[in-house]
Design a protein around this ligand. Sequence first.
Ligand SMILES: [Zn+2]
Length: 330
Amino acid sequence: MAGWQSLKGQQLLKIGLGNLLARHRVSHAVLLTGPAGSGKRTWGRALAQALLCSERAGADPCLSCLSCRQFQSGNHPRFINLEPQGRQLKVQQIREVRPSFYLEGGNTVCLIQQAEKMTAVACSSLLKILEEPPPGLHFILLSAEPGRLFPTILSRCQRFTLLPLSNGEITELLLERTALSHEAAELIARLSGGLPGRALALAGDETFKERLAGAASLVRELARSGGNPRNWLTRAGELAEREDLVSLLELLHLCLRDALILSLCRRNDLLINPGNARLWEDLPASALLEEAVELVSATISDLLTTNVNRRLALESLFLLLQRRLSGCPG
Ligand SMILES: [Zn+2]
């Protein structure tokens, strides 16, 4: 890992943590929050490495001292990683590593992943340590759901929130870390919602191209007027079985959103165009496209948050989409 200053985005976090590190004012407990895939672990580990570095001047770890080398090879004796075993992070896990919190000389860092999963007993054990923290001990708590942490823990933490990255920053990250083409990296950036973890997962997903082509062909079929509604009921049945249904619908959403922007702004540089096949012969009216985008987005939300019957949800989505995309209102 390079110095944490070279990580993408998060200017506020960089400045905030950078100042604390440079002034040796990092608290005994730091909390990093942000949704899954936002980079909490990457930033938590970068902060840990900086705190552990024995030659650090300023905020960045030196990357060459023994501590930095041990950290980078994944076996630093004073770096402790705790994560839930099963559904909970139990007090026993804290008890097992507690002796190393009291080693003398140098810093010790304990990274606690999914900190909201600590049991009440684990929390009170942690609080007890934080009441009289031994010198040089730092906890870095990571949580996507900080609202579930005990207020007594929250109040003892220096808290930082990871914000979504821009599409440009995600594209840059993908170009540095993967062999993707620029076009593919931009597309994934737009799908990632600003979450670098999600972008990298999509980039490593072998079936992504196939799904993208599938979404594009769905749009083409839906836009072809005069199709037989019965065919769509069959398609809905087939697609409802797919495990990657939501991500297929997200791609469909993206294709339709592009079409909407195209029809509103007369821009032609946005359309997803896999295999150079034209998606649209005639763009439907903007109002219809807007409705289509909303329909897909509502279906994705239903699939993610309710126990809706997948097949029925798709049947109704496709019938409504077909009417709009083939130019019939209502
Ligand atoms: Zn170092």
